[in-house]
Structure formats: C-alpha cells, structure tokens
Design a protein around this ligand. Structure first.
Ligand SMILES: C[S@@+](CC[C@H](N)C(=O)[O-])C[C@H]1O[C@@H](n2cnc3c(N)ncnc32)[C@H](O)[C@@H]1O
Length: 274
C-alpha cells in the first residue's frame, strides 16, 4: 500500500476512531469490537443511513471503513494492477464506482493509475453517510498529491443523476465491488441503468469489474448480472475465483469477473453515407 493511502486512512479513519471519547480498549465508539461486523455493519450490507443503538449513520460508515475497506482496497488494487498492466496506456479514463462506499475503488484506482494522468471518478452510493466519508477520503488523498490535478471527483446517490458532460470516446471502467449482496439491488435493473449511463458517457470501450466474496449468499445475483451484460453486447473476458492472499487481512476466496464491450462504431445509414 502506498504511503499516501496508508496515511489518508490513518488520518480519516483510525485517528477519528481512536480520538473519539466513546472508544475504549475493547470498543470502538462504545460498541464491543467483536460485535461490530455483525451488529453495526451487517457484514457490509447494512442501511448506512440509519443509526443503530447510540451510533449515528456517520459512525456506522466509519466502522465499515475500519472493518471492511482495507481488504477491498487490496483486492481492487490487485484487479486494477492486472487490468492496467494488460491494456495499452489508458488516456483520461472514466471510472464509475457503483455502491462506492467510502471511495474504495477511487483510492485503489489512484494507487494503480498514479498521478501520471487525469481520470474522472463518479461514485454512486445510496447512503449519504458513505458519500460524506468517501468525499473526506478523496479530499485527504488529493491533498497528498495522490491524483493528477485535473482528476475530477463526483459523488451522487443515483446513477441516473450523473452528468457526464460531452460525449467521449475514451475507456470507461465500471466497478461493482461487494455491491450485489445488497438486498436492495435487482441485478437486471442495475445492468439496464449502467447500460443507459454508458450511452450518456459516449461510444468508448467499456470494462466492467465485478468483485465479491465467493460465498454463495454474497454471489447469488452474479449469473443474472453477467447474463444481462452479455445480452447487452458484452463479452466475459475473465471469470474466476481466486484464493486471495495479497492482503494484511485473512486470506479468502474472492470472485473476480471482467466483462468488456469494444468501442461502439457509428452506424451508417444506407444511402446517406455512401
Ligand atoms: C459492502 S459495501 C461496498 C462498498 C465499496 N464498494 C467497497 O468495496 O468497499 C456496499 C455499498 O453499496 C451501497 N449500496 C447498497 N445498495 C445500493 C444501491 N441499490 N445503490 C447504490 N448503492 C447501494 C451501500 O450503501 C454500501 O456503501
């Protein structure tokens, strides 16, 4: 993990938790540490805009970052490393991070892409608390020169509300990291919304990166997600379950998939362009 990333997490997550008057040697924010994963973050799929007990939505988002984010950062950095290593140099890509949580894929992408060139980041999350924490981490990372000065960062609650500006032909990478286990997600409807958003981005090539726990309950909606993309003209470039060890956390089985669509060519209207 890069120094700027470690320092950003230390400043925005660890220090806030450690400095909070409710934190003790056996609790974070007054909640027993051994019950946080289950009670507070619901394995990652809680409604982060409601409080629980004495904890506010912002407390819950912070504890999500403490308990789940490092592992996801490691997994995404590994996946982006492979993706960027294989492709020709990507110029000014657009990254759409759906169910972005606290800017997780944005941080990993910045770690792999570096400050070498600008990219556009669009984070979408239904929880205001996640968007607030994501924005804080993004500002912290920017302040540490982790991204090119022309990199732009946008956070929204709905994919349909994103404004992509003028139509562009550069690469778009869509990320769905640990999103599909959410009870609120309908996989076919989500793919329809993504394809509609891509239409608004422009005709450039697209890579959709899916990551999730390989547990059956977490991964159950993946076949519907994959098949809906295939129906929309995508091909499955990678689909594998990996025993992931490149992390300071416990190793575990991770499901990675990469679904791609080439640049859309202009359709000639017979008789007009001949
Ligand atoms: C397990 S977290 C994953 C966060 C981040 N992608 C990561 O890997 O750390 C799932 C996130 O998806 C968000 N979410 C759940 N259902 C959603 C939906 N229907 N639309 C947008 N975001 C959603 C939650 O608020 C939460 O932040």
């Amino acid at each position: 993990m890069n120094n700027w990333l470690r320092d950003s997490i230390s400043e925005v997550i660890n220090q806030r938790l450690n400095d909070d008057a409710r934190t003790t040697s056996t609790t974070y924010l007054g909640w027993p540490r051994n019950r946080i994963f289950r009670d507070v973050i619901g394995g990652g799929q809680a409604d982060f805009d409601t409080g629980v007990g004495h904890l506010t939505p912002d407390d819950r988002a912070l504890l999500y970052a403490k308990y789940n984010q490092i592992r996801h950062l490691d997994e995404l950095s590994h996946a982006f490393g492979r993706l960027l290593g294989q492709s020709e140099k990507i110029h000014r890509p657009t990254l759409i991070d759906i169910g972005c949580g606290p800017f997780t894929a944005g941080l990993s992408f910045a770690e792999c892409f570096g400050a070498q060139g600008p990219f556009r980041y669009f984070g979408v999350d239904r929880a205001h608390s996640m968007l607030r924490l994501g924005y804080s981490l993004a500002q912290e990372a920017k302040g540490r020169d982790a991204m090119h000065p022309q990199t732009t960062l946008n956070f929204e609650r709905n994919l349909g509300d994103l404004d992509f500006g003028y139509s562009r032909g550069e690469w778009t990478i869509v990320v769905a990291s640990y999103l599909l286990a959410s009870p609120t997600v309908d996989a076919s409807e989500l793919v329809r919304e993504i394809v509609d958003a891509l239409q608004r981005v422009g005709p450039g090539p697209v890579a959709v990166l899916y990551t999730n726990s390989a547990h059956e309950y977490a991964d159950a909606k993946y076949p519907q997600f994959r098949d809906s993309f295939v129906e929309a003209g995508f091909t499955v470039e990678a689909d594998e379950i990996e025993w992931f060890t490149d992390t300071s956390k416990e190793p575990k089985h991770v499901h990675y998939a990469l679904l791609c669509r080439p640049a859309q060519t202009t359709i000639a209207v017979p008789g007009v362009l001949r």
